[in-house]
Design a protein. Structure first.
Length: 296
């Protein structure tokens, strides 16, 4: 991209990667739907949860941008969206200040949830901030050692879905567990297609994702299995009397299968960014369908 002035508003917007924010909003949407289904939904804690989730996603994007650059992972052969530090759009000093500011604002907004959920949320918030850094920073960056998928299931599934429900309904149910795991699996398809696309570059950078460790075929089969598992797991809602929550998410499955088929056909290169876009759309649709099903 041309005509991007260093540290400009446009540079920060690109660094924030707004297209990734659907992955942060979807778990909160599901938590709100679960709360609505039990009559406990409240607007203020819902908005606070959404604000915290979005800011932490932006924070994680900035942290990854900085530390992938300093580790030398963002090179000229990068296939994914361009990164701000690597392109010189944002200086490393400015990025550090931006990360600090985003972290502080996220924590300030998140502290408002203490009025609804109690002091135990301090620990949850601290863990969220800690792992946002540990993902790519520190002597043992988790993303570089194959832990990324597990962290997605935890921090885009159980933590945001469960905590959103908790601050409004002050409990945990089997339905929350099913929705959390389903959500985490569906969102992990985004990471899987990213890692599938970047497998050769990651191998050269020493980034040992599951796709690098076990190969491309395993990568696309994991992508397939994640989406199928997310969809079929929702069938357990029938046991709890949520017929629509079991049925509607199955509409996600044909789109996921189609994206997987095209992913296998493309196999490598920047053309896989189209599958990334499709996967993001599918993931958001899954969240909407499951949320509508829970409310119905």
């Amino acid at each position: 991209m041309d005509n991007i002035h260093p540290n400009s508003a446009r540079a920060w917007l690109l660094a924030a990667r707004p297209k990734t924010l659907a992955a942060a909003a979807t778990p909160v949407l599901l938590g709100c739907a679960l709360a609505q289904a039990t009559g406990g939904f409240e607007w203020i804690p819902a908005l606070l949860c959404l604000s915290f989730a979005l800011l932490m996603q932006i924070d994680a994007n900035l942290i990854n941008d900085l530390f992938d650059y300093t580790k030398g992972s963002d090179r000229q052969d990068r296939l994914g969206p361009e990164r701000a530090c690597a392109q010189g759009w944002i200086t490393t000093a400015a990025m550090k200040r931006g990360i600090l500011l985003t972290t502080l604002v996220a924590c300030a907004l998140g502290s408002g949830l203490l009025f609804y959920g109690g002091p135990e949320l301090i620990a949850v918030g601290a863990v969220c901030v800690l792992f946002a850094f540990l993902y790519t920073a520190g002597p043992y960056p988790l993303a570089y050692h194959g832990w990324g998928d597990l962290l997605v299931i935890l921090f885009f599934g159980f933590v945001p879905v469960g905590c959103t429900y908790y601050v409004m309904c002050h409990g945990w149910t089997p339905e929350v567990a099913i929705a959390s795991l389903s959500c985490g699996l569906a969102i992990d398809t985004l990471l899987m297609v990213n890692n599938y696309r970047d497998r050769k570059q990651d191998a050269r950078s020493g980034k040992q994702t599951l796709v690098v460790r076990f190969g491309a075929k395993t990568g696309h089969l994991l992508y397939l299995g994640l989406g199928i598992s997310a969809s079929l797991l929702c069938l357990f809602f029938i046991h709890y009397g949520h017929f629509w929550a079991a049925l509607l998410p199955q509409l996600y499955l044909p789109l996921h299968l189609l994206s997987w088929k095209r992913m296998v056909e493309i196999n490598h290169g920047r053309a896989l960014n189209r599958i990334l876009g499709q996967t993001s759309r599918n993931m958001l649709l899954f969240g909407i369908l499951l949320s509508v099903g829970l409310i119905l």
